[in-house]
Design a protein around this ligand. Sequence first.
Ligand code: SF4
Length: 352
Amino acid sequence: MTLPSNLLQKLEEQTRLTSEDALTLFEKGDLLALGHFADLYNQSKNGNTVGYVVDRNLNYTNVCVLRCKFCAFRRNKKDEDAWELSYEEINQKIEDLIAHDGTQILMQGGHHPDFKLDYYTNLVGHIKSKYPKITIHASPPEIHHIAHVCKLNYHDVLSALKEAGLDSIPGGGAEILDDPLRQKISSGKCNSAQWLEVFETAHQLGIQGSATMMFGHHENYAQRVAHLQQLRDLQDRTQGFFAFIPWTYVPGNSPMAGQQVGSHDYLKTLAISRLFMDNFKNIQISWLTQGIKVAQVATQFGGNDLGSTLLEENVLRATGGANHTHVEEMKRIVSEMGKSARQRDTFYRYLN
Ligand code: SF4
C-alpha cells in the first residue's frame, strides 16, 4: 500500500486534508490504501450500517429548453415523445410508491419554457395535501430556472416552494463546479456560483439537501478537488448538507458520447471524497451508474448509503446504460459485506 508518508500520518490521525493533499491522493494514492482509510473513517462516523431510501423520480416533463451535452432525456416541446404528466398520472405513480413502502419522490424535469412558479407550487401543494407522508425534493437548476423565468430571486422561489411543501433539495445539476467546463457541457444551466447560492439560500431557509458531483467526462483531478473544496467550504458555513453523492457520467445516447470511467476511478474518487469531506456525515454510493456489484465493494471504500431504490428513473435510463436493483438485493449485498442495511427517510433518519 503506497501513500506519501506525510499523508499517511494525516490519514491515521484523521486530520483534515487540504486540497493539495486530495490532489496528491488522486495522483499518487494506492486504491487499496485509500479504501482502507476511507472505510475506517466511515466506520468511525457511521458504524457498519448502510442506509437506503425507497423512492421514485417524478419526471413531470421531459421538455427542456437547454441542451446539456451529456443528456439523452430532454425533448423539444413539439417532439412526438415529449411529455407533461397530468395530476392523474402523478397520483398513480405516488400510489404505486406508497404500495412499495416508499417515502420520497424526487421531482426531476426538464427546464420547461412555460412552467412558472405557480406550476411548481401547485404541484408540490397537490402532492402534499393528498399524500402528506411523502417527502418531496427538487434540484438547484430547476430552482434557478424558475427564478430566471419568473424574474424572482432564489429566496422568493425557495420560500414559496417551502410553503407549498418542498422538503429538501437533492443537489442534482452540480456536474463539476467549474464554469469554463460547465459552459462546455451544460451551457445555459446555472453557473457554479448560482448552484452554490441556491443551496446557501435554501440552507438559510432551513431546507437541507445533498450535494453531488458528476465526474468522468472532460474534467481533470484538479477540477474534481476544487469541486469538493467548494462543497466542503459551504458545508462549513451552513451544515446544511445531509450527504455527498459522487456519480459517474454515463455516455449512451447523449451528444457528448465518450467512455464511462471504470470502477477503479470510481472507488478511488469515492474513497477520497469520504476522506476529504470530513464535515459530511454520509457519502452515498451510486449503484445506478456503477452497478450493484461495484456498489457492494463501495461499502468498503467509504460509502455508507445506497441511496434510492429508484422505482422509476428516466434520465439515466434514457442513456440505455443505467442499472436496476431492489430492496432485497440491497439487503443481500450489504449483509455479504458484514454490514447491515437499514431503510431511512429523506432526512437520513433510520426507520423502524
Ligand atoms: S440535463 Fe436537465 S437541464 Fe440539461 S438538457 Fe437534460 S433535462 Fe435539460
